[in-house]
Design a protein around this ligand. Structure first.
Ligand code: PBG
Length: 334
């Protein structure tokens, strides 16, 4: 008697796919609300919700509205927010000094959130671009961003944010040595529980366009770009070196960014380091999907769920996405 072999028809791959229950049972990778981080843009004022032209469905929010949105996010089960300030032009200067003002917009937002919605985690970018007239992430001297002097300012900015109550400082500036310097400061000042999420692997990308609109750094930057500090799109070995260095310097988590065009990098970094790897579905990626959905190409939430599960397959523990609320609602069946 011959027994069935592993070939058709003994093997029919469709058997496991046929019913919802069995699809659920054998699903290898899932996306849950626990995997989502919601980025928010903060502006001055009260009751303000400003649309952002290149970022459909996303608004700049005044602090009271940030709090309302944070409550919604918390109620949906989103674990954390990432905050970015869009400050008034009059407060910007070449050195980005407003970044280290303990009463600046972002610090006030953090304090208000920690009082009103203490359950939600607060992540704040460490970089000077929302605060500089030239739109660069650091101090701009002789046509380039200077590294070591910038790190000194970033350390002060991180301290200012930690003092305001921020749970996670997230340096997104790509200066060398800033993780170690920030970690040393945090330990020295008693912020032993403040986490560092290092944007260790950040590529010089066209996909940041809408974000620069949102924080008002685009016009200032002109066509120069950030190529002397952000990574070249062709490089993966360099991503692994960056990630290793930042882990050694004291990063608790590593970010890869952008996300979807760099899923291979997420997988490589995940295999290389033993800290959680997060990814950022950046503004341009979001805009591509949201605009195509708005034009009727496909369903908004279905497209985002599929895109976000690809980050999880690649190895990301969590994803920063402007679609976090839409996706969390869908996951909750709302
Ligand atoms: C700035 C910063 C950028 C983003 C996050 N932090 C833009 C940049 O480097 O120019 C991009 C996020 C997005 O595009 O959604 N340090």
């Amino acid at each position: 008697m011959t027994h069935p072999t592993g070939k058709f028809p003994a093997t029919r791959m469709r058997r496991l796919r046929a019913a919802t229950w069995s699809r659920r049972l054998v699903r290898e990778t899932t996306l849950t609300t626990d995997d989502l981080i919601l980025p928010l843009f903060v502006v001055e004022g009260t009751g303000v919700r400003q649309p952002i032209q290149s970022l459909a469905r996303v608004e700049r929010l005044s602090i009271d509205q940030v709090i309302e949105t944070a409550k919604t996010a918390r109620d949906l089960g989103i674990p954390a927010l990432a905050l970015f300030p869009a400050i008034e032009t009059s407060l910007k200067d070449a050195e980005g000094r407003e970044a280290i003002n303990p009463k600046n917009l972002l610090c006030r937002a953090v304090r208000a959130l920690k009082t009103a919605v203490p359950e939600i985690g607060i992540i704040c970018d460490v970089a000077l671009d929302p605060y500089t007239t030239h739109g660069h992430d650091g101090l701009f001297v002789d046509d380039d961003v200077v590294n070591d002097a910038t790190v000194e300012v970033l350390v002060k900015q991180a301290q200012t944010l930690a003092e305001a109550g921020c749970d996670v400082v997230a340096p997104s500036d790509m200066m060398d040595g800033r993780i170690g310097a920030i970690r040393t400061m945090l330990e020295a000042k008693g912020f032993v529980s403040t986490m560092i999420l290092s944007y260790a692997v950040k590529y010089a990308s066209a996909f940041y366009g809408p974000f620069r609109d949102a924080v008002g750094s685009k016009g200032a930057l002109g066509t120069k770009g950030k190529h002397t500090y952000q990574m070249d799109a062709g490089n993966v070995d360099e991503a692994l070196r960056e990630a290793s260095l930042d882990v050694e310097e004291g990063a608790d988590m590593i970010m890869v960014k952008p996300g979807m065009p760099y899923l291979d990098v997420i997988a490589a970094v995940k295999a290389h380091v033993n800290v959680p790897v997060l990814a950022y579905q950046v503004s341009g990626e979001y805009a591509m999907l949201a605009n195509a959905a708005a034009a009727g190409a496909f369903d908004h939430v279905a497209a985002f769920r599929e895109a976000l599960v690809s980050f999880r397959r690649a190895g990301a523990s969590a994803v920063l996405t402007y679609a976090a609320l839409d996706v969390a609602r869908a996951l909750a069946g709302k």
